[in-house]
Design a protein around this ligand. Structure first.
Ligand code: PLP
Length: 388
């Protein structure tokens, strides 16, 4: 059957992810060291896995409330209050979702009408622009640059605002650059959001993975921002729980209610076993999380040092588990560098342009891989760079 014309134009118009294209090249090769996948290399801490097992053992296999287990929402409200210094009522201002992925989709679909503009900073997580398009919005990207350590500049944001702008999406620390926002610039951005009546979707998935200066500041905590912010967070990265598929949204009740309307029909609720595991993560997971963060910190310092030693300019990003070295001085494009590195040395890293045009000339290396593998990968990359 010819399926042309059978698939929604909106879906057909979405390009394939550049990451997917690249990983098709990786598949079928043996012994590849991958710095490609943005996923912790730790198994979920045992006490969290145990909580999932006990939940199943007790026969907790039902649906939960559409919003999610109240016990978990209460714990999320406590955690978000302590960590981000923002208060949400667990009965009406917290929605448990299937990962931050679902929460991004719900927030966009709940907030925008066809043709509304959604501003995001790039290079950015690969799902943002497709999610905006699938919600019939128009994505407007504001490029961040190496010169500013990939932080979003308020003047650049202001230049992108039009009468059609409705939403600003933020993600700090950022996938793929690891960038964090200086507090004074974030304050200027908050002032612009208030001035231009924008709602902010802030994807806080890497917030715990901060190095150096430590304390994380969410835009939701700035004066006047609570009422216009949808705070998204989840368990995938900080607790190494990607396969549990659990996240949440916190926002004023009318916004959560709007997101709930979609969630209840599309998803009904997040899986109960994962919710039981997440409850344990929030109650007793700090020690394991801190240990994993220490380990990432150590690896970040190592990979930044090695890249600079081999003549690849790489700043030390303040968060997440990615470095975004500048490979432009090699004269190769991002794609050519990544492809030739894979072919010559069996090391996979993602071409920066997979995260938007502003990523051209860079490479995303995820250092959430074992220290031994990182060492070998850096030696191989050094040998490859030496041949250019
Ligand atoms: N947001 C960002 C910035 C990410 O990097 C990712 C995953 O890599 C996600 C959201 C998806 O997270 P989840 O596993 O909670 O769906």
């Amino acid at each position: 059957m010819d399926y042309t014309g059978k698939i929604s134009r909106q879906v057909a118009g979405i390009p394939r992810s550049g990451i997917r294209d690249f990983f098709e090249l990786v598949q079928g090769r043996d012994d590849v060291i991958s710095l490609g996948v943005g996923e912790p290399d730790f198994a979920t801490p045992w006490h969290i896995r145990e909580a999932a097992i006990y939940s199943l053992e007790k026969g907790h296999t039902s649906y939960t409330s559409n919003l999610g287990l109240l016990s978990l929402r209460k714990e999320i409200s406590r955690y978000v209050g302590d960590f981000f210094h923002v208060d949400y009522d667990p009965s009406s201002e917290v929605l448990i979702t299937v990962g931050v992925s679902e929460a991004i989709d719900l927030a966009l679909r709940a907030l925008i009408d066809p043709g509304d503009e959604v501003i995001y900073h790039s290079p950015c997580y690969v799902s943002y622009l497709p999610s905006i398009s699938l919600a019939y919005g128009v994505g407007v990207d504001v490029a961040t640059t190496k010169k500013d350590d990939f932080a979003l500049k308020a003047d650049m944001l202001e230049a992108a605002i039009t009468p059609k702008s409705r939403v600003l999406m933020l993600n700090f620390p950022t996938n793929p650059t690891g960038a964090v926002m200086p507090a004074d610039e974030l304050e200027k951005i908050a002032a612009l959001c208030i001035k231009h009546d924008l709602i902010v979707i802030t994807d806080e998935i890497y917030s715990e993975l901060r190095y150096d200066d430590g304390e994380h500041l969410s835009i939701a905590a700035l004066p006047g921002m609570w009422e216009r912010t949808v705070l998204l967070h989840g368990f995938s990265k900080a607790y190494s729980m990607t396969g549990f598929r659990l996240g949440y949204a916190c926002a004023p009740a009318p916004l959560i209610e709007a997101m709930m309307k979609i969630h209840q029909y599309a998803m009904l609720c997040a899986p109960i076993t994962s919710q039981a595991a997440a409850l344990e993560a929030l109650k007793n997971g700090d020690a394991a999380m801190n240990e994993m963060r220490e380990s990432y910190h150590h690896r970040r310092d190592f990979i930044v040092k090695r890249l600079n030693e081999m003549g690849i300019d790489c700043h030390a990003p303040g968060g997440a588990f990615y470095v975004f070295p500048d490979i432009s001085q090699t004269g190769l494009s991002s794609k050519d560098f990544a492809t030739q590195l894979l072919e010559a040395e069996n090391v996979a890293a993602v071409p920066g342009d997979a995260f938007g045009e502003a990523g051209e000339g860079f490479l995303r290396c995820c250092y959430a891989t074992s220290f031994d593998e990182l060492k070998v990968a850096m030696n191989k990359m050094e040998r490859f760079v030496g041949t250019l």
